[in-house]
Each structure stands twice: as C-alpha cells, then as structure tokens.
Write a protein that binds this ligand. Sequence first.
Ligand SMILES: Nc1ncnc2c1ncn2[C@@H]1O[C@H](COP(=O)(O)OP(=O)(O)OP(=O)(O)O)[C@@H](O)[C@H]1O
Ligand SMILES: [Mg+2]
Length: 162
Amino acid sequence: MTLEAKFQSQRFPSSPGRPGAAPASQPALQGEIAISSENDIVAARRAIREAATALGFSIVDVTRIVTAASELTRNIYQYAGSGTVRWRAVHQAGLATAGLQLVFEDHGPGIADVDQAMESGFTTGRGMGLGLPGARRLMDEMRIQSRVGMGTRIEIAKWLRK
Ligand SMILES: Nc1ncnc2c1ncn2[C@@H]1O[C@H](COP(=O)(O)OP(=O)(O)OP(=O)(O)O)[C@@H](O)[C@H]1O
Ligand SMILES: [Mg+2]
C-alpha cells in the first residue's frame, strides 16, 4: 500500500473502495445545523461526533472537538439566541494533513473586545468565562471575527496530523 493510499483510507475509512472521493460527497463529513434551542446543541454534538469519528480522529481528539463545539454552540444560544454551526472535512494542499473545520455564525450582539473575551474567567453572563479559551486550547486553530451589533463568526479546526 502506498503512503498516499494508506493516508486516503485513513481519511475516509467508511469508503475504502473510493479513495479519491471528495469530502463533499461524504454526507457524514459535512453538515449544518441551525442552533436555537438546547436540543439543537445536543443534535450538533452528536453529528459532529459522528463526522470526527468518520474522519479518523482518536477518541480523545473526538472528545476535544465535541467539547469545543459544545461551548461555541452554547455561546450562540446564550448570547445571540440563534445561529448556525457548519462543519466539513478539509485537506491542506501540499501537506499530508486532513482535518475538520467548523464555523459558528450568528447575527447576535457581537463581542466588543475579542482579546478580553478570550481571557480565562472573562464573562458578561453567569458563566465561568472558560468557553472561548477552552475551545482555543482544545483545537489546533481558532479565528474569531466579531462586530458589535452585527454578529460573530468563529472558525476552528483540528488536523489529523501535524
Ligand atoms: N456568540 C457570541 N456572541 C456574543 N458574545 C459572545 C459570544 N460568545 C462569547 N461571547 C462573549 O464572550 C464572553 C466569554 O465567553 P466564554 O464562552 O469564554 O465564557 P462564558 O460563556 O461567559 O462562560 P462559560 O462558557 O464558561 O459558561 C461571554 O461572556 C460573552 O460576553
Ligand atoms: Mg460560554
């Protein structure tokens, strides 16, 4: 088995006969859920767990991804009321790296000071102020775009290999 074939089969273990299949053709590897209730958070956790597992992440990494996603979907629900989470398998061109990217988007109040919001313990609510910094630690990448009165977009990613 060539390295590339081995890598492909690790990326998409559920379709060994189609090593060239694009992530977009794998239903479990991408999706979108609207968040406007506690039930939606639960549904998102379940779907993202399935996607991360199908992509080949270890149980520990699956738990990290699901925990981060849980915090960020909960923030959408708590601070914006509603929004969406989208996820998809991604591949870094030129690098033997596949990963899972997740985008959390809302049109809520936005975050006035993103650096401050990223500090452990900072909260404007009744939380512990650990959701955002926790998500950052659990993932390989995190990018926050937010404008007061416009909303918030948070992108996180985890790579199968570094
Ligand atoms: N989607 C969002 N829209 C608006 N503000 C947000 C959003 N997400 C986070 N924030 C702001 O950033 C702060 C820090 O968020 P973080 O998730 O770290 O802590 P928390 O939600 O306050 O508490 P915890 O998550 O520990 O229960 C929040 O208190 C809130 O002011
Ligand atoms: Mg939070």
